[in-house]
Ligand binder design. Structure first.
Ligand code: AMP
Length: 687
């Protein structure tokens, strides 16, 4: 007997016919098949054993009748003759590829349990030598839903297996050598386990392109250029272009292609110039009442509509979401293969946090365009609902990398259909450690897609990401590439002992005017909870936002703050980027952020949409590392620099020099302790 049900995507040859059943039910109320289960201890045991990671005896299944009808094709959905005691409809039966059984069952039965939960149908799998029968119980709708989910999984698994087989090219050799190879190990369950094939890396490398072409063969054609340049844009003089760019936050556009550079498209100065051929887009813009493109939009729209990959460097709040969304709508709508014929979404937006994902979806929903549907996929949201929506069919997926990677690995989402990819807030995604997930996600997206990447900063990590995932991109940046703190924010820095921070914050809150709205940033979730409960106990209405709160609580907190039901939000850096609350009057940095970039993002939460704002930052001795960088930011924005901060920066610099000097001495060869002492004396002389 093989243990085929244990591993997902297992390719082992099937054992004798066996009936597979779900594990022991927790209660007859929640698991309607509990009655059948108790009569079948053997099968129940098998599942339970998987959960325990143990292995017990397996039970030969009942013989199975019926011919093969793949995916319900030849066999088709056929009502079974019998009714389950608790089901409303006759059972539905169809046949599936035995190679996909492992995927459908999942590790320890986790996937089949999930399928049952999502569909509402009870699933029974009867395994034969060659074929596998699936029986579905429950209401007719539940049966159909389960069937669709199973067949999707089956299709993807067999596609992957076929790909893997053609990539390796050893399938047939493998099965014959397995029979003769002396090293072949007996597999658990009695059969002979196939040996690990020797991978010929040289040949794989040599044939890389061929394999890549095979992987992506058969995909529908893709169209990327939708730009018809307006006469007024064509006729701009070089002086007009330069003056427009300069007066619009100093827009700079660069061609990143190696070698001969292409011509940079002229910016558009009005919505009509970008979208005159797309009346529904124009109608939407008119409806929301925007007057003219923001600087990033003005230069990004011609680049994206031309089908070129784009790197957009701009702060949040600059209209960058619309900069990629509107061309994305056109791209989706005008693909050679229409949306209804696509087997999956056409556009994917990867973004670092749930809040940003929800905000992008909100923006997306504002512009109803030709029935384009979007879904938000993020950790903390109901996985079941997200799976259910995504399998029903959507055009745009807005996702945080972790959850999307989870659905991808479990074959709930097909990413091959994506032709327009957005990596939003790339710098933040890297900061949050999402690079491995992004890499895995992009492996499944066709390489000839169009890719847009946005970032507020341009550090090495983001450059690397752009080199790996964008092709011949153009870069548009607004403002300077180094850190420029928002000029509309008055910045106050207070150097204070750690133990006085709380009482100062309370004093600040008590001096707030009724129309003031403040976001108090703290370094840790625990402090957010501690401060907010402290304030609440003192009768101060407050909300808190951090990663350990339930999603519904996070949404409620944000909603209360946006609507003004509370005027104080205590938050971690989860809220430092992109949150679009227009009327925040103050940012209060209770704890200094991890780095200076985060400081700029935090204070950018106020002074938005033409308003002015104020930031108060508490700095303690422990923050001396960032004092010098903070001084640079303050000076650049013509803000007062406290004397204590200057002293702190000097002390840090001296200490650093001293440490470096000592390290150098310690590293210097053979001089030993005696020299270290001299080094110290030398250092003391220097200061
Ligand atoms: P974002 O940078 O994408 O977070 O956008 C910030 C805010 O600017 C959002 O509320 C957008 O609806 C708004 N916005 C986007 N484009 C424009 C525009 N051209 N004019 C005025 N507001 C805009």
């Amino acid at each position: 007997m093989s243990d085929w049900e244990a591993e997902s995507g297992d390719e082992q040859s099937p054992g004798p016919r066996a009936e597979w059943r779900p594990p022991a039910a927790p209660s007859p109320r929640t698991r309607p098949w509990a009655g059948a289960q108790s009569q079948d201890r053997g099968a129940g045991d098998r599942w339970e054993v998987r959960g325990d990671r143990g292995r017990r005896g397996q039970r030969a299944g009942q013989p199975m009748a019926g011919g093969r009808g793949r995916g319900g094709g030849a066999g088709g959905p056929r009502p079974g003759p019998a009714r389950e005691p608790h089901s409303q409809s006759p059972f539905l039966s169809f046949y599936m590829e035995s190679a996909a059984v492992g995927t459908v069952i999942g590790r320890g039965g986790s996937k089949i349990r999930e399928l049952e939960e999502i569909s509402g149908s009870r699933i029974q799998i009867l395994k034969g030598d060659i074929e596998v029968e699936v029986k579905l119980f429950g209401s007719h709708e539940a049966q159909l839903r389960a069937k669709e989910l199973i067949q999707n999984l089956e299709r993807r698994t067999t596609d992957q297996l076929n790909e893997a087989r053609s990539d390796r090219g050893f399938t047939s050799k493998l099965s014959s050598s397995a029979r003769t190879c002396p090293d072949t190990q007996p597999a658990k369950g009695g059969g002979m386990k196939a040996p690990h094939p020797v991978i010929n890396w040289n040949s794989l490398r040599a044939n890389r392109e061929k394999y890549a072409a095979m992987k992506w063969a058969g995909l529908p054609p893709i169209k990327k250029n939708f730009y018809i340049e307006a006469e007024t844009v064509i006729n701009m003089t070089q002086e007009e272009i330069t003056s427009w760019r300069k007066s619009n936050n100093n827009i700079i556009c660069e061609d990143m292609i190696e070698g001969k550079k292409r011509q940079i498209p002229n910016p558009v100065c009005a919505f009509m110039e970008a979208f005159q051929h797309y009346p529904e887009i124009m109608a939407n813009i008119k409806r929301v009442g925007f007057q003219r493109p923001t600087p990033i939009q003005s230069q990004a729209w011609p680049v994206i509509l031309l089908g070129t990959d784009l790197i957009g460097i701009a702060q949040t709040g600059t209209g960058k979401t619309l900069a990629y969304l509107l061309p994305g709508f056109i791209h989706l709508d005008l693909q050679p293969v229409t949306r209804d014929k696509c087997d999956g979404p056409g556009m994917l937006v990867l973004t670092p946090t749930r809040e940003l994902a929800l905000q992008i979806q909100e923006e997306c929903n504002k512009y109803s365009y030709k029935g384009i549907k979007s879904i938000c996929i993020y950790g903390g949201g109901s996985r079941k609902d997200q799976i259910s929506t995504v399998t029903k069919g959507v055009d745009i997926v807005i996702a945080t990398p972790g959850r999307l990677n989870d659905l991808q690995m479990n074959n709930y989402i097909n990413l091959k259909s994506i032709t327009y990819l957005v990596l939003d807030e790339a710098d933040r995604m890297l900061d949050m450690g999402f690079e491995p997930q992004i890499m895995k996600i992009i492996l499944d997206i066709r390489p000839d897609r169009q890719t847009i990447m946005t970032s507020a900063t341009w550090p090495d990590g983001v450059r690397r990401l752009s080199k790996s995932y964008l092709k011949n991109a153009m870069m548009v940046y607004v403002g300077t590439l180094d850190l420029a703190a928002v000029e509309t924010v008055e910045q106050n820095v207070l150097v204070i002992p750690e133990e006085e921070k709380r009482s100062y914050t309370l004093h600040f809150i008590k001096s707030m005017k009724p129309e003031d709205k403040v976001i108090i940033f703290v370094g840790r979730k625990l402090i957010a909870d501690d401060l907010s409960s402290d304030f609440s106990l003192q009768g101060i209405p407050v909300q808190s936002l951090h990663g350990d709160r339930e999603q519904c609580d996070r949404e409620q907190a944000l909603e209360d703050f946006k609507e003004g039901r509370v005027r104080i939000l205590v938050a971690t850096d989860l809220a430092s980027r992109g949150l679009d609350v227009h009327d925040i009057t103050h940012v209060f940095n209770y704890d200094f952020p991890r780095n200076i970039e985060e400081y700029v993002h935090r204070i950018g939460r106020t002074g938005r949409a033409g308003r002015s704002g104020s930031a108060v930052t508490l700095v303690t001795r422990g923050d001396w590392r960032v004092a010098a960088e903070l001084i640079t930011i303050l000076e650049r924005a013509c803000q007062p620099v406290p004397e204590e901060l200057v002293t702190m920066a000097k002390r840090y610099e001296q200490n650093k020099m001293k440490k470096d000097y000592e390290r150098e001495l310690a590293a210097s060869h053979g001089e030993g302790r005696r020299d270290r002492g001299q080094g110290r004396r030398g250092w003391n002389k220097r200061i």
